[in-house]
Design a protein around this ligand. Sequence first.
Ligand code: SF4
Ligand code: SF4
Ligand code: SF4
Length: 327
Amino acid sequence: MVDEKKLQDAVKKTVSRDDVKYVVGYEKGTYGFQVTPSFAYDPKDADKFIFSPLCVYNLAVFPMLEEKPPLRKDQEPDTRKIGVVVKGCDARAIVQILQEKGLNREDVVIIGIPCTGVVDPKKLQAQFPENGKNMDIKTGKDNFIITIDEKTHTIAQDKLLDEKCKHCEYPTPILYDILIGDEIKATKKEDYKEIEDLEKKSMKEKWEYWEKQFERCIRCYACRNACPLCYCKECMVDQLSPQWVRRSVNLSENTAWNLLRAFHLAGRCIGCGQCERSCPMDIPLMQLNKKIEKEIKELFDYIAGIDPEEKPLLAMFKPDDPEEFIL
Ligand code: SF4
Ligand code: SF4
Ligand code: SF4
């Protein structure tokens, strides 16, 4: 359990600094189990900050959404830092962005939370479809304790835990300025079981499977907008000259979009699951991300977002590379 008082104190201390613009964390939403991102511009805003298994979002996206408007001649840019509350997986996004020089280390204050796992909101919704005002969830020993209008339910962790948390190798943020609580040692391992099952399908079956998924895509780009690693100034799908992907929503263009995005995240995706969680059409985007992650681990022994000093995978080359794949 995270000590929320300690978290709020850390946020207060951070936002009181002259060189910090705001801190983004989590607060309770207005109904049901909902938790929303919360912004502290002032120390008193910190009192609403919480942390619970409902804090599923990867807030590392916020420093990347910061607008940098054109400045008048006499105007100085706002160089103040942004404070961000991160779980273990979220912190890997910051590490990856630092590697890519999308952010400078001095641009962010990282408030790290050692994390025992978050719920999958869809599993939670299926178990508890009601929407009340007083709904909350806490982590117990091997279970989640759910309160709905003062009635308590206990449910095994396995039934509600997000899939990524069942294989989490980085529960404690790799990088932080302030850590809320004690480090949690990793005890789990990614087994790629689901991906291995998909790999067993024939090529025809794989195409049929993915066609079924991609034909449902409505090209809303929620996956892109929620992803902390999708921060290109201009996304290729918005370009008109040349136009890489047409705007029409059909299987061909949808497939191009989803595959281009997956490959653009190759060696960069840190597996936070924010894209899949944001997808209104329930497209299993993590299967694409995990397949590429598995290939990269096997081919290059490389894991994204674990070493801020390392060069990004696709920015490395060796002059003596035999390049056997070039015909
Ligand atoms: S993947 Fe790890 S750090 Fe991320 S939410 Fe799950 S347990 Fe926490
Ligand atoms: S969020 Fe889902 S529906 Fe929207 S563009 Fe991405 S894959 Fe398609
Ligand atoms: S592609 Fe999805 S899982 Fe990977 S970093 Fe982006 S939001 Fe997270």
